[in-house]
Design a binder for this molecule. Structure first.
Ligand code: 6PG
Length: 236
C-alpha cells in the first residue's frame, strides 16, 4: 500500500490537497466521498484558505462516506463540519452537494442515499464507482462508520447501511466495504500518536489487525494511498 508521510497534520493536509487538486483537474465531473474527523477538518480549512481558486468546484460532486444520524445543523454532523470549514467559504453549485439526510429515519435514509449514489455515479464491477473516497481511521481501527463490532458491514450487498457507534450508540449511515473498495481511488488521512499501534498492526498484519475494518480497505482495481504524519507512521 502506498504511503505519503509528512511531518505534521498540516503538512499531511498540504500533501493531500496537492493530490486532490491534481486529480480534480483530470477527472470532471469528480465524485468524491468525504470523511469526518480531525484531519479532514484541517484539510477543509486549508482548501478554503489557500486553494479556493485552484479547484473548479463546479466539477466536484460532494458525497459523504459516512454521516451521523442527526440534523444538518447539529454539531455532530459531518455535513455541518464540512460547511463550517469549507463549503461556507467557496463558491459551488448547490446541486453538487449530496448530503446524507441525517434527520431522516436511519433505515430509510440508508436506502435513499444508496439509491441516490447508484443513480448518479457510473458503475464498475456492477457497483457505483467514486472517483475518490477520503477515509479516516479511528483509534479502534474503524473507518467510515464501519466499527469492529459491526465488521460484517464490509461485506454487505447494500450500498449504504445503518451503523451504531460502539460507545455512544449513535446511529450512522455508512458506505459499505464493497462500495468503498470499488472506488477508483481511496486516500486515508491518518495522523497522531494515537494511531501508531493500529497502523503498525495493519501494515505488518500483526496483533489484532484482523479485527480492524480499516485492514480490509483495498480497492479491487483502484489506487490506495495512506497520507499520514510521522507520529502515526512511526513504526513503519
Ligand atoms: C466520523 C469519521 C470517522 C473518522 C475517524 C477518525 O464520522 O467520525 O468518518 O471514521 O474518520 O473516527 O477520526 P480522527 O481523524 O478525528 O481520529
Amino acid at each position: 500500500m502506498k504511503t505519503n508521510i509528512s511531518k505534521t497534520p498540516r503538512a499531511v493536509a498540504e500533501a493531500f490537497a496537492g493530490h486532490l487538486i491534481a486529480q480534480a483537474k483530470i477527472n470532471a465531473p469528480f465524485n468524491v466521498a468525504l470523511s469526518g474527523g480531525s484531519t479532514p477538518k484541517i484539510l477543509f480549512d486549508l482548501l478554503a484558505a489557500s486553494h479556493a481558486q485552484d479547484i473548479n468546484w463546479s466539477d466536484i460532486h460532494f458525497y459523504w462516506g459516512d454521516e451521523r444520524c442527526v440534523p444538518p445543523a447539529d454539531d455532530d454532523s459531518n455535513y455541518k463540519m464540512t460547511v463550517d470549514h469549507l463549503l461556507s467559504k467557496i463558491d459551488f453549485p448547490e446541486e453538487n452537494i449530496h448530503r446524507v439526510l441525517g434527520e431522516n429515519t436511519p433505515a430509510e435514509e440508508a436506502v435513499n442515499y444508496g439509491n441516490q449514489i447508484e443513480t448518479n455515479l457510473p458503475l464498475a464491477n456492477g457497483l457505483p464507482r467514486f472517483d475518490l473516497i477520503i477515509l479516516g481511521m479511528g483509534g479502534d481501527g474503524h473507518t467510515a462508520s464501519i466499527f469492529p463490532h459491526e465488521i460484517e458491514l464490509l461485506d454487505s450487498d447494500e450500498i449504504c447501511e445503518v451503523a451504531t457507534h460502539p460507545e455512544s450508540g449513535q446511529q450512522r449511515i455508512t458506505l459499505t466495504g464493497k462500495v468503498i473498495n470499488n472506488a477508483k481511488e481511496i486516500c486515508f488521512l491518518v495522523t497522531g500518536a494515537g494511531k501508531t499501534e493500529k497502523i503498525d498492526e495493519i501494515f505488518h498484519r500483526t496483533g489484532g489487525w484482523k479485527s480492524y475494518p480499516a485492514s480490509y480497505i483495498r480497492p479491487e482495481d483502484g489506487e490506495i494511498t495512506w497520507f499520514m504524519d510521522e507520529a502515526a507512521a512511526e513504526k513503519l
